[in-house]
Write a protein that binds this ligand. Structure first.
Ligand SMILES: NC(=O)c1ccc[n+]([C@@H]2O[C@H](COP(=O)([O-])OP(=O)(O)OC[C@H]3O[C@@H](n4cnc5c(N)ncnc54)[C@H](O)[C@@H]3O)[C@@H](O)[C@H]2O)c1
Length: 431
């Protein structure tokens, strides 16, 4: 223990990061930038190749930062898991998706833990960062690692620390987002706290791994439920002919007790549409039904269908049907200024329109090509859009779009993000 503590303090501890995606890569680079010797582990050969060539594939990680750390010999990537034995601390940042049945899919975590187990040695600190249900660290990870005969909290140290990275966020970075840690015992918490404390400004310790796991699920469930609420308010406001965006702006002037959430075409990304179901699954195992989560999931997942209804209404004003109409989507990423299309509601909108017989095209500078089911499309450069299109739909409000020009070019616009906030015109239909 003393060795690992010293190694963290004087930055000689060797850090392994398993899973070099949106979460793992920024973390690995931050450790390397702060003088640690970092090895990234991934099963994806192309990502490993990119990192070793000094190239970034994640929007928030600068190629320069990777290249500098690689040149300084502080960062490398590999698919060879046997190097895990050489690590002093190991962060697991692999995906935790849902199965089709909306049950947690822990297969990536189990695979990564198996790799750690195969090379576990006394004195190592293992931290799970993947978002998951409360109990994963002590019910799944700990027993697997203890099959080696080593005891968690005594021979090796084990903690959970939820990741809060927000891709595309210009204000908060890995360094400035406070990090929560909870270990299987006090020593594990202390070591995890020391480790993150050397690269992150604020570290918050909690009493157990379960509390740390639950913190992340509370944060994301809070967002999912509030977005569900505001989406329902948007549907109701439309019926009452009230501008929901104006309502939210005015309500936001209250200096306490109100926090604005905005309606949209539906939830997307790897977290908000998925994480609450990890919680409701675990609650069900304990005989508890999460009504808020289910209801918010129901409202949020109905939004793409509602957007398509609104597109139909817009086309109706010029006596056109969805069937045969040319509809152009602006933005297919799940949120603005990123290229991530995982769970993006734009994909559902695309599919629904396609099934109803519309000819759909799209523009997204962050997503050059798109494969969804049997649909394959290429992004149309923004300057080439407009000719013959019946209706444009703003699915994602990327900053780079030329909104004033869009208003001039398209006969109908359905704006699901209030991107045209300051522009009023009869051919603009807001959510
Ligand atoms: N993306 C976000 O904004 C975000 C934010 C907070 C938390 N999270 C959580 O963090 C975790 C990781 O998410 P992400 O967005 O970084 O995923 P990602 O898909 O971007 O990256 C995961 C990486 O893990 C690799 N991988 C998969 N199985 C592996 C294995 N057995 N061994 C080594 N590498 C393996 C994949 O090849 C991929 O490069 C998830 O639990 C997610 O819910 C994500």
């Amino acid at each position: 223990m003393v060795t690992l503590k010293d190694g963290i303090r004087d930055r000689t501890a060797r850090i392994g990061v398993i899973g070099l995606g949106y979460v793992g890569l920024p973390l690995a680079v931050e450790f390397a930038r702060n003088g640690f010797d970092v090895t990234g582990f991934d099963v994806d050969v192309s990502k490993v190749g990119d990192i070793n060539a000094g190239r970034s594939y994640i929007i928030d990680v600068k190629t320069d930062d990777i290249a500098t750390s690689i040149r300084a010999g502080r960062l490398r990537a590999t698919t060879d898991m046997s190097h895990l034995r050489d690590m002093d601390a190991i962060d697991i940042c692999v995906p935790t998706p849902l199965r089709k049945t909306k049950d947690p899919d822990l297969s990536y975590v189990v695979q990564a833990v198996d790799a750690v187990k195969a090379h576990l040695r006394p004195g190592q600190l293992v931290i799970l960062e993947s978002t998951t249900y409360p109990g994963t660290t002590d019910e799944v990870v700990q027993p697997a690692l203890e099959e080696t005969g080593l005891k968690a909290g005594v021979d090796f140290y084990l903690a959970f620390s939820p990741e809060r990275v927000d891709p595309g966020n210009q204000t908060y970075s890995t360094r400035t987002i406070p990090k929560v840690v909870g270990g299987v015992n006090a020593l594990s918490t202390e070591l995890a706290r020391d480790l993150y404390g050397s690269i992150i400004e604020t570290v918050v310790s909690v009493s157990s791994t379960q509390v740390a796991e639950m913190v992340k699920l509370l944060e994301n469930t809070f967002r999912a439920v509030n977005i569900g609420l505001v989406n329902e308010i948007a549907l109701m406001s439309h019926r009452m002919n009230i501008d929901v965006w104006e309502v939210i702006d005015a309500a936001s002037t209250k200096p306490f007790g109100f926090m604005p959430f905005y309606p949209g075409p539906g939830l997307g990304g790897h977290c908000i549409p998925i994480d609450p179901f990890y919680l409701s699954w675990k609650a069900r195992q304990n005989g508890f039904e999460c009504r808020f989560i289910e209801l918010a999931g129901h409202v949020n997942s109905s939004m793409p269908t509602y957007v398509v209804e609104r597109i139909g209404e817009a086309l109706n004003t010029v006596r056109k049907a969805v069937n045969g109409a040319r509809v152009h989507l602006f933005g297919v990423a799940y949120k603005k200024d990123v290229g991530d299309i995982r769970e993006s509601p734009a994909l559902d909108i695309l599919e629904l329109l396609h099934r109803r017989g519309a000819a759909v095209t799209y523009t997204d500078p962050y997503v050059p090509t798109l494969h969804h089911g049997d649909i394959t499309l290429c992004s149309v450069p923004e300057d080439d859009t407009g000719h013959g299109v019946d209706c444009a739909v703003i699915c994602t409000n990327h900053t780079v779009f030329d909104y004033p020009n869009m208003v001039k070019q398209f006969p109908l616009i359905v704006d699901t993000r209030n991107a045209l906030k300051t522009i009023r015109a009869d051919h603009i239909f807001r959510l």
